[in-house]
Design a protein around this ligand. Structure first.
Ligand code: ARG
Length: 457
């Protein structure tokens, strides 16, 4: 493509380090779509003849069909997707192919292709996150009242319900979707027509190509257009935060599925066995969701580092934006699908969870609250009295509810036997009716609100 200035071809190593076709061939749809829009604009503005553009468009569609059918041979010597397509176009239609690149450069071309790809990726991820929310909200509705221990510091803290716990993830994922949508909104501008960096002397219509490609408007500064990869960074940031959420849920599933916790049983479809220990059922999918998060963060870190020292405008370094991004999106997509599958199949063991909810003096706060409410004690005093009672119970190796009234009255004489009612885990969760609290009625309401919202799409 630049034979005019060069006497010899590239060294083999030069070709190897330079070529991106091995990974950017996945931009073929976007590349052809962008070229079709560019060509149509060149005809509409009279820059090219309609006859040339008809030939170009027919040729591009032929290439599309050939790639789709898997019959296209990509060549490393042709460096990247843009030149592979253009060279094939020349084989098909002859010299008119050479006119397609009028008022365009690979710099604005690749920026456009990448935006189109990332925009589709954002839409697909959003759909998958929504599906995971749905899986979680359905489970949450079914188990709105199933009592389990709530933890802080991974120590039993207060009883909560399983539905409440799952809805916490629905909220996190809602923020993820907000970030994906924000990124999409901000990135939806078309760099095509910025040409190499400075714009072009041809009377192009950038609004026309922007519209044809579904962008809200053309980008406003040609230098920024070809050197900006913020849209990839934002996508990877949103993807990374989402991967954090999936990884945390995965970690909980790993814990819950241990015989020691025994809170959930994973389905055969989402667990594996051991080749040596016949009793084992391993949560490999959850472990991999946890493990793969690092790849997504790595792609973000790699791109941040690659961009930070680049002067305006395009530098070839920017070709390195692709592999990490493709991998991160594919990885997150797989993790979302696996998590949705695990959640849908997961069977909670209600008895075990309920029993665990009462361990570790999880209703101590309920006892303290009772002392405040009924005996009008200041909370700090109630905390102290409750602490002493927990100490006595723990010394005897029993739960709070197993202390006798006499034992309790030794610490605080005004305690009556009404107190025993608040020591049960069910009473505890039922009483947490504050907005956003774990009371089953709240949880049911929230789960239904989500289900309704998700059905609306
Ligand atoms: N393959 C290149 C990339 O992905 C396309 C742009 C090349 N531009 C250039 N001036 N060499 O960044």
């Amino acid at each position: 493509m630049w034979g005019g200035r060069f006497a010899t071809g590239p060294d083999a190593i030069m070709e190897e380090i330079n070529a991106s076709i091995d990974f950017d061939q996945r931009l073929w749809r976007q590349d052809i779509r962008g070229s079709l829009a560019h060509a149509a604009m060149l005809a509409a503005t009279g820059i090219l003849t309609q006859a040339d553009v008809d030939a170009i468009s027919a040729g591009l569609k032929g290439i599309e069909t050939e790639i789709e059918a898997g019959r296209f041979t990509f060549s490393r010597a042709l460096e990247d997707i843009h030149m592979n397509v253009e060279s094939n176009l020349k084989d098909r239609i002859g010299p008119a192919a050479g006119r397609l690149h009028t008022a365009r450069s690979r710099n604005d071309q690749v920026a456009t292709d990448m935006r189109l790809w990332v925009r589709d990726a954002l839409d697909q991820l959003d759909e998958q996150v929504a599906d995971l929310q749905l899986a979680l909200a359905e489970k949450a509705e079914s188990y709105a009242g199933a009592v389990m221990p709530g933890f802080t510091h991974l120590q039993s803290a207060q009883p909560v319900t399983f539905g409440h716990h799952l809805l916490a993830y629905v909220e996190m994922l809602a923020r993820d979707r907000g970030r994906l949508r924000d990124a999409r909104e901000r990135m939806n501008e078309c760099p095509l027509g910025a040409a190499a960096l400075a714009g072009t002397s041809f009377p192009i219509d950038r609004h026309m190509t922007a519209k044809a490609l579904g962008f809200a408007r053309p980008t406003a500064n040609s230098l920024d257009s070809v050197s900006d990869r913020d849209f990839v960074l934002e996508t990877l940031s949103a993807a990374s935060i989402c991967a954090v959420h999936l990884s945390r849920l995965a970690e909980e599933i790993v814990l819950w599925a241990t015989p020691q916790f025994g809170f959930v049983k994973l389905s055969d479809r989402f667990s594996t066995g051991s080749s040596i220990m016949p009793q084992k059922r391993n949560p490999d999918a959850a472990e991999l969701v946890r493990g793969k998060a690092g790849r997504v963060f790595g792609a973000l870190q790699g791109l941040l580092t690659m961009m930070k020292g680049l002067p305006l405008t395009y530098s070839k370094d920017m070709q390195e934006d692709k592999e990490g991004t493709f991998d991160a999106v594919q990885t997150l997509s797989l993790c979302l699908a696996a998590t949705a599958g695990m959640v849908r199949d997961m069977q909670p063991d209600l008895k075990t969870m309920r029993k665990a909810a009462g361990l570790g003096y999880a209703t101590a706060t309920d006892l303290a609250d009772w002392l405040v409410r009924v005996l009008k004690m200041p909370f700090r005093d109630a905390h102290h009295v409750t602490g002493r009672l927990v100490g006595i119970a723990s010394g005897k190796g029993v739960g709070l509810e197993k202390l006798s009234l006499a034992e309790m009255q030794e610490v605080e004489p005004r305690i009556s036997d009404e107190v025993f009612a608040v020591l049960g885990v069910e009473r505890s969760v039922k009483s947490r009716t504050s907005y956003g609290g774990t009371a089953p009625a709240n949880v049911r309401r929230q789960a239904r609100r989500w289900l309704k919202q998700l059905a609306k799409g």
